[in-house]
Design a protein around this ligand. Structure first.
Ligand SMILES: Cc1ncc(COP(=O)(O)O)c(C=O)c1O
Length: 382
């Protein structure tokens, strides 16, 4: 008979959502008590906090001084689209996509901006061949495909002498993976992923070549105010010093600062990366010993260490989508895992966020529950 006994240990924190992600360990709202609420973000106190968010981001991520860092509207999407709308069209474009967010940027380029772009795609679980990418084009890509659990392999070569710009959506990679800043002309991320911050604000990191593009190219399209980064052909430097284009949430800024302080306290980027690696390792150690569940990522070299996507491979399962949904529901009902169903456009399965705010002990405690839910669902199906 199949053992359907409930596992003895529960994750202390059942939050494994891929965004917004778990708050940092020990998080409490009173950590935000220094937020300058009810004050202008343009007052000295507000501007200082925004500037600190930029400076501390640079410190934790080791972003070189050659690069500008701006806090921009509309989260990661805002940051990516701001770059695409402001910079693309100057030269040929190559779009890379291997899951739904990358596909979204393809739609932007082809259907909205109507660019004559070369589009390179890979299916869920795989990645495009970077050796075949033409970096003399402007290349837009996602570092970590949040919905497929596939990332750019560490050490992937992006040429130093490229003629095009690289525009990289790194929202589920930044703070958990090493990013080659000198090869990334535009990098974007948001606060609610690896650091467990709040949504709404995007981070836009511009290298010198991106600034050069902004100052030398005027796209033949209207740009809304929230996309405009230049005035009179010059970069608006204030945006990259904390003078945001429009009003940010100072509560969300404070929350980000608290997360950055935590990141520094635990040892900075190496410690953040090690935590995500250990979390993803706990999932993969568990599934390696089982034949009914597998990584959606086909190649360990490109397997994500933040958004780990799994699929049920037991041939006894009749309806894969319904099965995966039912497993996620059981786990949620038991209060051991919230929001871990696969993304709506992705193959059916589970997606377990393993970013740096998640505790490895919680991931390890979750996995026997996944087995329990799988066995329970299989029994129910029979
Ligand atoms: C790879 C990727 N790009 C973009 C987004 C959209 O981010 P936001 O909601 O911060 O705009 C997400 C959200 O999950 C994502 O995972």
């Amino acid at each position: 008979m199949t053992d359907l006994t409930l596992p003895a240990t529960r994750p202390v924190n059942p939050r494994f959502s891929s965004g917004p992600c778990a708050k940092l360990p020990g998080y409490a709202l009173d950590m935000l008590s220094d937020a300058p609420l009810g004050r202008s973000h343009r007052a000295a106190v507000g501007k200082a906090r925004l500037k600190r968010a930029i400076d501390q981001t640079r410190k934790v991520l080791n972003i070189p001084n050659t690069h500008r860092i701006g806090i921009v509207p509309a989260s990661d999407t805002g940051a990516v689209e701001m770059a695409m709308w402001s910079m693309l069209g100057a030269r040929p474009v190559q779009m890379l996509a291997w899951e739904s967010f990358g596909e979204g940027w393809v739609t932007d380029a082809v259907k909205q901006l109507k660019l004559d772009a070369k589009v390179s795609k890979a299916g869920y679980g795989e990645i495009v061949d970077f050796a075949a990418v033409d970096f003399d084009r402007d290349v837009v890509f996602t570092w970590n495909g949040t919905t497929s659990g596939v990332r750019v392999a560490p050490g992937t070569e992006i040429p130093a002498n490229r003629a095009g710009l690289t525009i990289c959506d790194a929202t589920s990679a930044a703070f958990a993976m090493d990013l080659p800043w000198d090869r990334l002309d535009v990098t974007t991320f948001s606060w609610q992923k690896v650091l467990g911050g709040e949504g709404g604000h995007g981070m836009l990191v511009l290298g010198p070549r991106a600034v050069e593009r902004l100052e030398s190219y005027v796209p033949d399209r209207p740009l809304p105010k929230i996309f405009r980064m230049t005035k009179g052909g010059k970069l608006i430097e204030g945006i990259f010093e904390g003078e945001t284009i429009n009003t940010p949430s100072m509560l969300a800024v404070e929350d980000y600062l608290v997360a950055l302080d935590w990141a520094e306290r635990i040892g900075g980027l190496p410690a953040l990366i090690a935590r995500a690696d250990a979390n993803a390792g706990a999932v993969r150690d568990f599934i390696a010993a089982r034949d009914w569940i597998a990584d959606l990522a086909v190649d360990p070299a490109t397997a994500s260490t933040t958004s780990v996507c799994l699929q049920f491979t037991d041939p006894a399962i009749k309806d894969g989508a319904a099965f995966a949904k039912a497993v996620a529901k059981r786990l949620e009902k038991e209060g051991v895992a919230l929001d871990i169903g696969a993304y709506r456009d992705a193959p059916p399965g589970l997606r377990i966020w393993c970013g740096s705010t998640v505790e490895t002990a919680d991931v390890a405690a979750l996995m026997p529950w996944v087995e329990w839910a799988y066995r329970s669902e299989l029994a129910a199906q029979a």
